[in-house]
Design a protein around this ligand. Structure first.
Ligand code: DGI
Ligand code: FE
Ligand code: FE
Length: 193
């Protein structure tokens, strides 16, 4: 059942996403599956979350905004300034309404895949880490270290990703979602415990 549903969603997602984004999506899906095996998460939950995490990525800003309205998503100030951030929340709504994923444990991991959140669930962490380190990624400077850590200590790995993402955003003068900052401070505190 899961296997069939996964294949159906895969075929549909391939039609929606650009080829490069689809490759990334498959990378995240398989990495999330592997991390689920390592950390005893449900494998199919991880595969579905990985497969759908960017299902609204690359949509024009106007489309993200009108879908957000249609789904009654409240748009934060950060999302108003940087509508691309909406791909996470809109993607989670599409996962439910268009792709038939009714499990909020899975859709929440999609909602928080860009900013993270304090007290992330194991699945949130798996998707967040897989998104950063899947094999098609090459931009970040610390990928070797991240890839090694991902399978050794997911919490430490999460923290290092949060730290470098925030540093990268600050250096770019990007709009920083308060959730991104909040998540970083939460895990900084956790690391010092
Ligand atoms: O959709 P992907 O490219 O696969 O990955 P993603 O959803 O994590 O989004 C990628 C970018 O989002 C990455 O460069 C980090 C950035 N990001 C994370 N938190 C914030 C942010 N961008 C802005 N502007 N503000 C944030 O708070
Ligand atoms: Fe994304
Ligand atoms: Fe992604």
């Amino acid at each position: 059942m899961n296997q069939i549903k996964l294949e159906q969603i895969k075929a549909k997602i391939q039609q929606v996403l650009k080829p490069k984004r689809y490759e990334h999506t498959l990378g995240v899906m398989y990495m999330a599956g592997a991390l689920a095996m390592r950390y005893h998460e449900d494998m199919y939950s991880a595969l579905f979350a990985g497969l759908l995490h960017d299902c609204a990525k690359g949509f024009p800003e106007s489309a993200l905004q009108s879908l957000a309205q249609a789904f009654r998503i409240s748009i934060s100030e950060a999302e108003r300034k940087c509508p691309e951030l909406l791909h996470a929340k809109v993607g989670a709504c599409l996962a439910e309404k268009e792709y038939g994923i009714s499990d909020s444990y899975i859709t929440d991991a999609i909602v928080y895949h860009t900013t993270g959140r304090p007290n992330m669930t194991l699945l949130d962490k798996i998707v967040y880490v897989a998104d950063y380190m899947e094999p098609n990624r090459f931009e970040a400077p610390n990928l070797d270290e991240i890839r090694r850590m991902a399978f050794e200590d997911i919490d430490e790995c999460l923290y290092v990703i949060l730290e470098s993402t925030l540093a990268y955003l600050k250096q770019k003068n990007a709009v920083i979602d308060p959730k991104t900052e909040e998540t970083y401070l939460f895990y900084k505190n956790e690391m010092n415990k």
